[in-house]
Design a protein around this ligand. Structure first.
Ligand code: AHG
Ligand code: MN
Ligand code: MN
Length: 345
């Protein structure tokens, strides 16, 4: 007997039955994002040929500068979504201001926020990059979307997801009914369900943080990371596997890839606040484009996301590009990080 093959389209349609009021618009919006992801994936795969073929970031044979991949990814997502009538407004990590829907196109009831290419510096060294997206409902009264629609707390998301362009391209998403992962089969150009109902282990074995910043962190974070590295002789067994300290360190420098590994294998990703750059007192990562969507996913998978003192999902954004410290992953690990921060600051 052959295994059941579930394409992402079939999965979206099957999920739609959980939302009897849904008109199919939402399903189509997810499908538009999956299509944009396939186009970005194609370009990411060719990136190493840039110097040879004149692709992203290089000069082409006419001597013109070819679009960089983060600009390409950004424009692909915007062009794929601005005319469909499903969205009322967008915002991107790459664009300083809001992205209105052009006047000639109808305005829809959803809001799309995205980080088009996460970990973009890894492109040059052939390591994984990603895309992150977050979907809200329109809440403003006007005929078109406004900033109010974009500045919503994470718990109001209706869906969120990411695409990791790794050794395979995968799309992982949740619309509030668990977390599901799809692997792109490049030979047929379809995302196929490969990881149904992902659950993050309650405690992990990995910690992911840029430890080069150690001396710029607060005392709580420093002590927590010291704790993760300190051997604990009492080995715990969970499902037959030894877990405990020291944790193993894994850090790619692409949030999506680090998060994805920890989601599947268990662990904690941290980007704490640091005193390295006085212009960025709240760490590096962005609440709307990075922290909130991944928080939605991790909670759906049984994990947690915190800024060290409160849940990411409950933070009311004040501005589009606001940054936030992030501790995300297995729930016991995030809880432990909060304990240290609570005690030592
Ligand atoms: P982006 O490429 O979208 O700007 O994001 C990069 C982020 C994130 O992916 C990663 O976790 C972090 O930057 C790494 O920062 P450091 O180099 O400071 O560790
Ligand atoms: Mn990013
Ligand atoms: Mn980015």
């Amino acid at each position: 007997m052959t295994a059941k093959i579930i394409t992402i389209e079939r999965h979206f349609l099957e999920q739609q039955r959980f939302f009897p009021q849904a008109s199919g618009e939402f399903t189509n919006l997810l499908y538009d994002i999956a299509l944009a992801a396939k186009i970005i994936s194609r370009e990411v795969n060719k990136a190493g040929l840039a110097g040879i073929l004149g692709l992203a970031g290089a000069e082409n044979i006419q001597g013109e500068q070819v679009m960089k991949l983060d600009v390409f990814a950004n424009e692909t997502i915007i062009r794929m979504n601005d005319h469909t009538g499903r969205l009322c407004i967008m915002a991107s990590e790459e664009i300083a201001d809001i992205i209105p829907i052009p006047e000639q196109y109808p305005c829809g009831k959803y809001v799309l926020v995205f980080d088009p290419l996460d970990g973009s510096s890894n492109i040059d060294v052939n390591a994984s990059v990603g895309t992150i997206f977050s979907i809200h409902r329109k809440v403003s009264d006007g005929p078109r979307g406004s900033l109010e629609d974009l500045l919503q707390p994470g718990y109001k998301q209706v869906a969120a997801g990411y695409i990791v362009y790794g050794s395979s391209t995968m799309m992982v998403y949740s619309s509030g009914q668990g977390v599901h992962g799809f692997t792109l089969d490049p030979t047929v150009g379809e995302f196929l369900l490969s990881h149904p109902d992902i659950q993050i282990p309650p405690r992990g074995k990995y910690y992911s943080v840029n430890e080069g910043n150690y001396h710029y962190w607060g005392e709580g974070v420093r002590r927590y990371v010291d704790y993760l590295k300190t051997p604990d002789p009492s080995i715990m067994l969970r499902a037959g596997e030894a877990i405990g300290r020291p944790y193993s360190s894994r850090y790619m420098g692409t949030l999506v890839a680090d998060f994805h590994r920890n989601l599947l294998a268990g662990g904690i990703f941290m980007y704490p606040a640091d005193s390295k750059d006085p212009r960025k007192p709240r760490g590096k990562l962005r609440l709307l484009y990075e922290a909130a969507p991944l928080a939605f996913i991790v909670e759906q998978a049984g994990g947690r996301a915190s800024d060290g003192t409160q849940d990411i999902m409950h933070i009311q954004p004040a501005s589009l590009h606001q940054r936030v410290p992030l501790f995300i992953g297995s729930r016991e690990d995030v809880g432990k990080a909060e304990e240290f921060i609570g005690e030592f600051g």
